[in-house]
Design a protein around this ligand. Structure first.
Ligand SMILES: NC(=O)C1=CN([C@@H]2O[C@H](COP(=O)(O)OP(=O)(O)OC[C@H]3O[C@@H](n4cnc5c(N)ncnc54)[C@H](O)[C@@H]3O)[C@@H](O)[C@H]2O)[C@@H](O)CC1
Ligand SMILES: Nc1ncnc2c1ncn2[C@@H]1O[C@H](COP(=O)(O)OP(=O)(O)O)[C@@H](O)[C@H]1O
Ligand SMILES: [K+]
Length: 490
């Protein structure tokens, strides 16, 4: 599992460690690690010209110290300085160490034009989203052919990973110190990070065996084996978990098929389906494992393809089951149409699985203030958190990066999963996700684990279904059993 800590917690950890270290030791470790990565990238590309973008803070100092190492080894190192003082040293002192510093009136554009490696040390965890004007000009002038290494984080991006910035650096690689930060994992900024490389500087957080909750977590493949409910010899279908699915209607007949196919494929003890006549006939034909009608279950999925306003035959009875599931103290996953039935906290563990448009609609209704999809996408974490806090539910916000956000009072980390190819952005993929996560809830997982593990497996299944090419949702559903086996036995 990759874990990220907020800037405030990283600073506190740095201060604690620095109290026992000689002055400058932590920065020296950071600069050594950064120089090592730069050296390796230059060796593999055969490049020799390095340009450092030097900001006014310690981030700039890290980059400059790394450049001193590289200059001593014969690389041609130039640093760009704006109309600001440097945190450590000045043009003359860095020049004496082999790093030529160019100011705003020097030919910095010429230096950048021939750069083979650019080290972005404009802003680190002390940065606010956005860049000073001159730094934005530097970034615009970086040639496409240069390899861009961001120090700690891509400058201009929000260290907290909340706000999208349109003037930030987009790095090929980010070298971060001690532990990852939210900027590296959250959807507003992670696309700017590139390859993430961690350099150990001896911070007291994030060590193996340290179970202090992080701020943001990302499950990796090893976590599947740790968390997936694998049956033992003593299990039977009831002990493994029964999932009730209330989905579909006379209009949307495909969603329940996708959801039920994925749920049984994820390894359920049993599935009970509650629908109107047409999807019921389809589920009977296509998912012979399912039993029909209400009965005892360990968890519910309510909502894929559900039209809460339908007056078609069977709709009222189906809706009554949906409402009683929501009123029960069982775990419930609420998706799509089912989200219209959510008006506040409910008794049992709850996982809401909206996409950005559904989240905006739900939040507008709950708060009485109109919010739209674009507003949600500009701060996905903040809006998911608002819905989590208003409902007491864990909110899984779907997207290229899927967030799983518990309510603040739970004191749990946010999970952020980025396992899916963009091909997964296809109709019905959300119904498949609901089935997988529902199966995990029925297997006894918490909403946080079920949501994040389900998103990971869903993404891997999309890849395995047709590596590198298009996938339809049904193919993703059919790929779930293979994806689980692949991840459990790798
Ligand atoms: N604390 C330490 O001893 C260590 C810090 N390290 C480095 O230090 C960095 C943090 O250093 P700092 O706290 O100096 O922070 P930064 O280097 O991020 O610089 C922050 C400065 O930039 C200004 N600023 C912030 N956002 C701006 C914007 N959008 N436009 C213009 N100016 C802006 C701030 O007012 C502040 O003066 C880390 O990211 C890391 O690179 C490492 O050397 C490891 C050890
Ligand atoms: N660009 C993308 N890259 C990877 N996965 C994506 C991308 N866009 C959407 N997804 C995933 O595809 C699925 C789409 O679900 P959803 O929007 O509910 O569709 P539907 O309602 O048609 O089933 C979600 O799991 C989401 O995380
Ligand atoms: K930086």
């Amino acid at each position: 599992m990759l874990r990220a800590w907020s800037a405030a917690r990283v600073r506190a950890a740095e201060e604690a460690v620095m109290a026992d270290l000689p002055e400058g030791e932590l920065m020296a470790r950071a600069a050594d690690g950064l120089a090592e990565v730069c050296r390796a990238r230059l060796a593999s590309s055969g490049g020799s010209r390095v340009v450092v973008l030097a900001g006014a803070g310690n981030n700039g100092a890290d980059a400059l110290y790394a450049a001193v190492h590289l200059a001593a080894e014969g690389f041609d190192c130039v640093a760009l300085q704006g109309d600001w003082m440097l945190a450590i040293g000045d043009a003359a002192s860095w020049g004496a160490s082999g790093v030529r510093v160019l100011g705003p009136d020097d030919d910095w554009a010429g230096a950048l034009a021939s750069a083979e490696l650019v080290v972005d040390g404009v802003l680190g965890i002390g940065g606010r989203p956005g860049l000073p004007d001159l730094a934005a000009q530097w970034v615009d002038a970086i040639p496409d052919s240069a390899y861009v290494v961001a120090v700690d984080l891509p400058s201009g991006q929000d260290p907290a990973g909340r706000q999208v910035s349109d003037t930030g650096v987009f790095a090929d690689e980010t070298v971060t110190f001690g532990v990852a930060k939210p900027v590296h994992l959250l959807p507003a900024s992670e696309a700017a990070v590139g390859r993430l490389t961690l350099v150990d500087i001896g911070l007291g957080i994030g060590r193996d065996g340290d179970d202090e909750p992080a701020d943001v977590e990302r499950l990796d493949f090893a976590d599947v084996a740790r968390l997936w409910p694998v049956p033992g010899a003593g299990d039977d279908k009831y002990s493994r978990g029964v999932l009730g699915v209330v989905a579909g209607g006379e209009d949307y007949t495909g969603a329940p098929l996708l959801c039920c196919t994925a749920a049984v494929g994820a390894g359920l003890g049993m599935l009970r389906y509650v629908g109107t006549p047409t999807p019921t006939a389809l589920v009977r034909a296509e998912v012979p494992e399912a039993v029909h009608g209400e009965g005892r279950v360990q968890a519910w999925v309510v909502g894929p393809g559900l039209d809460t306003h339908s007056r078609a035959a069977g709709s009222k009875a189906q809706l009554d089951v949906a409402r009683s599931a929501l009123a029960s103290d069982l775990p419930v996953l609420v998706d799509a149409g089912g989200l219209d039935l959510v008006d506040g906290p409910r008794p049992g563990p709850t996982l809401l699985t909206p996409h950005a448009g559904e989240l905006a609609r739900l939040l507008s209704r709950l708060s009485g203030e109109e919010t739209d999809r674009e507003t949600v996408q500009a701060d996905p974490l903040g809006h998911a958190r608002q819905v989590a806090d208003r409902t007491g539910a864990t909110v899984l916000l779907k997207g290229a990066t899927t967030l799983v956000v518990p309510p603040t009072t739970a004191g749990l980390p946010v999970r952020s999963q980025n396992d899916a190819p963009p091909w997964l952005a296809t109709a019905g993929a959300g119904d498949v996700l609901a089935g997988v996560c529902g199966a995990l809830l029925a297997g006894g997982l918490s909403p946080l684990d079920a949501g994040s593990l389900g998103a990971l497996v869903h993404g891997v299944a999309a890849d395995l279904a047709n590596p590198g090419g298009p996938v339809r949702a049904l193919a993703v559903a059919h790929a779930i059993p293979g994806a689980v086996a692949h991840l459990l036995t790798r």
